[in-house]
Design a protein around this ligand. Structure first.
Ligand code: NAP
Length: 559
């Protein structure tokens, strides 16, 4: 099926396509489109019944993006970019889901995707240079190229509390909220967790529920989104020079920021306290991640970070009427160490008589009973338990598939650290590509633009292989080692390293390392120069050349 398009029909057949793409979220949709643009036949598999990935699964009340809408959108198609209208500064989940559905329809991508189909196994055929894939319905298919677009924040984590299955009420994880919603009206609702998902859900749940109990193990720093309806004048200005806007974003370390005029490189410690307070106030009023960039060293200098922490604790004391509750909500960990949370009305929600903060930091949750939650010697009677307990690590979604390369499983190769090259491929797994995984800016940047940049790079690499008669591309382990060291070095000294969070991993020696590539401009420089120089760090072969030599040719990598 060359350049063809229909999904695989034959049960049990080893049908071959050029590319199999696993996942139909932001990364998968664009990967399918880009591969189709190369004229390749594509088979996509998606566990959900529709497209959207994160925005398909995370339907909890209040779910919203914390990257501004004008930035959290694709740039690959000028008409799409100009025509799509976001209704708010920060789009809510239903609107982003509608956007992904629009992309699927506009670029005719659904015909390539088998929905409600989970890939369970992918084994590389070392002789034929192809991946053999099995799905949970028993179908078998094969492809030359395999694209993992399984998501970096995708595998929901629910603690294994004793008795969890005996709860007689309704239990739900925020990342598995049913499309038809959950009726909380007049119900007593417990929310376990105080991360981004809980911060967004609590104010919304409080509107309907009889009572919301927020079970907090650790408080977090939350800044206001200052969300508002679309600013038509701003939208016109951005759309008049969208390319310039995007290129400018590419010059910032996190890949966004053109909209913030107040960002500064000055140290927080180099200004007088009154001036520092004034600048923090201005960022607070601006809303969102702008706060992080009030000064140049809030994520690299713990003393500077503490000035931001103290400011937010001061805000909590102002916003929350009961001083004891305000104190309990005040974080003491290093500011910036965990991803900053952007919310709307979270701290204020605790002024409501029907919202109660429950401290489970010392009296840990010990059991779920048929009627509620036991912690310490207390029992909380509730009708609904919302698990806002987060996600497994960034590579967990790859472990839900048995991926076996010529030398063994990916899970084993990544056991200590998910080493890879440029964040797009990993040594020992020929023809396998990654999107939004460690080694690329991925979860530390705007995921939509990161998707485009990395998928475009991979598309160029596959195109280069095909044009030159190669059907096998693999990473040079030497280039991979240099890249992994480079990514590690960028994380050193950053405040992320001081606590457990989605950005960090622990290697087998117990060393904490930062997973995403920190620094969008340098990353773009690396992938672009690598492409221009003929994809150094990758070895290109075909069946004939491998018969004469099984050695991976040494090539000059990105570093
Ligand atoms: P999270 O940040 O990992 O938060 C999980 C929460 O559950 C934490 O408060 C954690 O407490 C708590 N928890 C876990 N196990 C517990 C236990 N046994 N007892 C009590 N509490 C427990 O997860 P999340 O809020 O879903 O956010 C995850 C990531 O998703 C974010 O970092 C962000 O990248 C993304 N996200 C983004 C948005 C957005 O764009 N606006 C919204 C939602 C999520 P501890 O802190 O003590 O471990």
């Amino acid at each position: 099926m060359v350049g063809g398009g229909s999904p695989l029909q034959l049960e049990g057949a080893d049908d071959h396509v050029d590319v199999i793409v696993i996942g139909a979220g932001i990364g998968g949709l664009y990967a399918i489109h880009a591969m189709r643009q190369l004229g390749l036949s594509v088979q996509g598999y998606e566990a959900g019944s529709g497209v959207g990935g994160t925005w398909y699964w995370n339907r909890y009340p209040g779910a919203r993006c914390d990257t501004e809408s004008l930035e959290y959108s694709f740039q690959f198609d000028k008409d799409l970019q100009d025509e799509w209208v976001w209704s708010e500064r920060y789009a809510a989940q239903p609107e982003i889901l509608a956007y992904t559905e629009h992309i699927a329809d506009r670029f005719d991508l659904r015909q390539h995707i088998a929905f409600e189909t989970r890939v369970v196994e992918a084994i590389f055929d070392d002789e034929a240079n192809r991946w053999r894939v099995r799905t949970d319905d028993g179908r078998r298919s094969a492809s030359t190229w395999l694209y993992l677009a399984t998501g970096g924040i995708a595998v929901a984590k629910t603690p294994s509390f004793p008795g969890i299955d005996r709860f007689a009420g309704t239990s739900v994880h925020t990342a598995r909220w049913p499309a038809e919603g959950i009726d909380v009206e007049g119900k007593r609702v417990a929310v376990i967790g105080t991360g981004s998902s809980a911060v967004q859900a609590v104010p919304e749940l409080a509107i309907e529920a009889e009572h919301v109990y927020v079970l907090q193990r650790s408080p977090n720093y939350v800044v206001p989104a200052q969300n508002h309806e679309r600013d038509i004048a701003l939208e016109r200005r951005v759309k008049a020079s969208y390319d310039h806007f995007r290129r400018n974003n590419d010059t910032y370390p996190n890949g966004f920021g053109t909209l913030w005029t107040d960002r500064s490189d000055t140290s927080a410690l180099d200004v007088a306290p009154a001036e520092r307070q004034r600048r923090f106030e201005r960022s607070w009023e601006t809303g969102g991640f702008a706060f992080l960039f009030t000064f140049g060293d809030l994520t690299s200098n713990t003393e500077a970070a503490e000035t931001a922490a103290a400011f937010i604790r001061g805000k909590i004391a102002e916003l929350v009427h009961d001083p004891a509750v305000a104190e309990l909500l005040s974080p003491r960990h290093i500011f910036g160490c965990r991803r900053l949370i952007v919310g709307s009305g979270y701290f204020e929600a605790f002024n409501r008589p029907d919202v109660t903060l429950v401290d489970v930091s010392r009296d840990a949750i010990s059991e779920i009973t048929p009627t509620g939650i036991r912690y310490g010697d207390q029992h909380l009677d509730v009708d609904v338990i919302v698990y806002a307990t987060g996600f497994e690590d960034q590579t967990a979604s790859t472990r839900s598939i048995s991926i076996i390369g010529p030398d063994g499983p990916l899970a084993e190769a990544w056991d200590s650290q998910p080493a890879n090259y440029l964040g797009v491929a990993t040594a020992g797994f020929p023809n396998l590509f990654l999107v939004n995984m460690p080694g690329a800016p991925s979860i530390a940047t705007n995921m939509v633009t990161n998707t485009e940049y990395t998928v475009d790079f991979v598309a160029g690499c596959i195109d280069h292989a095909r044009r030159n008669g190669f059907d096998r591309v693999e990473v040079d382990p030497v280039a991979q080692a240099a890249w992994t060291d480079h990514v590690d070095s960028l994380g050193e000294g950053k405040v992320y390293q001081f606590c457990h969070n989605l950005y960090t991993g622990l290697d087998s020696d117990g060393r904490r390392y930062v997973m995403p590539y920190l620094g969008v401009p340098a990353y773009l420089h690396h992938i672009r120069t690598t492409a221009v120089a003929g994809y150094g760090g990758f070895a290109f072969t075909n069946r004939e050349s491998r018969t004469t030599s099984h050695r991976i040719p040494q090539t000059e990598g990105a570093l």
